[in-house]
Design a protein around this ligand. Structure first.
Ligand SMILES: NC(=O)c1ccc[n+]([C@@H]2O[C@H](COP(=O)([O-])OP(=O)(O)OC[C@H]3O[C@@H](n4cnc5c(N)ncnc54)[C@H](OP(=O)(O)O)[C@@H]3O)[C@@H](O)[C@H]2O)c1
Length: 253
């Protein structure tokens, strides 16, 4: 995608990767609308120059309402970033150890992006040049033992991205999949200080450079994520699964 001159909605930008990406895109001359549930952060975000819209992406009615608000205020919207996501540890040896968590992770991480795309696709198709940025993970390719449903949710996002890109071929809508490695954010307890995770500013700098230098890329893969993302392609998948799960349990998201 062209990284300047867009109008971008990022549901899931009240913290972490979404907020840092919002700031980087703003600095490149894009109009950016940030979304999330923590509306107490909106005053500060508005002061930074962002549009703000409250949205709970686990709630279909909230997505509908947010889409209406965004499109009314920003009729030139041409980029949707389906950033909102949660990551939870689970114990699949007993139903009370995972069922409620699994349902919640699928609702936010898989149904959320699906419903967001449903709410925006007609509008995006009406724009001359539009992009849907999906957010998967290195864990779409190699499992982290403690987060089975999270890993599966990101594998679903990867395959959805691959599939809908085929359906949008010949339309004005591009699909770009962001594949982050483990990044220092609030996603999991302790992750912000995890020395195995990539500093957020480094991740965003590399991501912006890749978006700029590879405007037609299907996937944005930082160097750090390739250990996981390309394990099967390289043929060292079993080794990577062992290394990932032998080190820090939250080592690579
Ligand atoms: N950090 C990593 O290591 C890593 C690696 C790979 C992929 N990712 C992906 O990157 C994305 C951003 O995560 P992050 O690391 O930046 O973590 P984060 O700081 O916890 O950010 C998560 C964002 O998602 C929003 N969100 C969560 N549930 C939501 C809901 N129901 N409705 C609306 N917004 C919701 C949060 O906003 P509110 O709480 O205000 O609603 C927040 O803005 C996620 O999809 C994550 O899976 C992260």
């Amino acid at each position: 995608m062209d990284i300047t001159g867009n109008t971008v909605f990022i549901p899931g930008a009240t913290s972490g990767i979404g907020l840092a990406l919002a700031r980087a895109l703003r600095d490149k001359g894009n109009t950016v609308i940030v979304g999330g549930r923590r509306s107490e952060r909106f005053e500060q975000l508005a002061a930074e120059g962002f549009g703000t819209v409250r949205v709970d992406t686990a709630d279909p009615a909230s997505i509908e309402q947010a889409a209406k608000e965004v499109l009314q205020a920003y009729p030139r919207l041409n980029v949707l970033v389906t950033m909102a996501g949660i990551m939870r540890a689970e114990d699949w040896t007993r139903p009370e150890g995972f069922l409620a968590t699994a349902e919640s992770v699928i609702t936010t991480n898989v149904l959320g992006p699906i419903r967001l795309i449903a709410a925006f696709i007609d509008h995006l198709r009406s724009q001359d040049d539009a992009t849907i940025v999906t957010v998967s993970s290195g864990l779409a390719s190699v499992p982290l033992k403690v987060t089975p449903t999270y890993n599966a949710s990101k594998a679903a996002i990867h395959m959805l991205s691959e599939s809908i890109r085929l359906q949008y071929a010949g339309t004005s809508v591009k699909v770009v999949e962001l594949v982050p490695p483990s990044v220092q954010t609030e996603l999991m307890p302790g992750q912000q200080d995890n020395e195995h995770a990539m500093p957020l500013d480094e991740f965003i700098a590399e991501t912006m450079a890749l978006l700029e230098s590879q405007p037609d890329a299907k996937e944005i893969q930082t160097e750090r994520v390739k250990f996981l993302r390309n394990a099967e392609i390289r043929g060292d998948y079993d080794h990577v699964v062992t290394v990932l799960n032998a080190t820090d349990p939250h080592a690579d998201k």
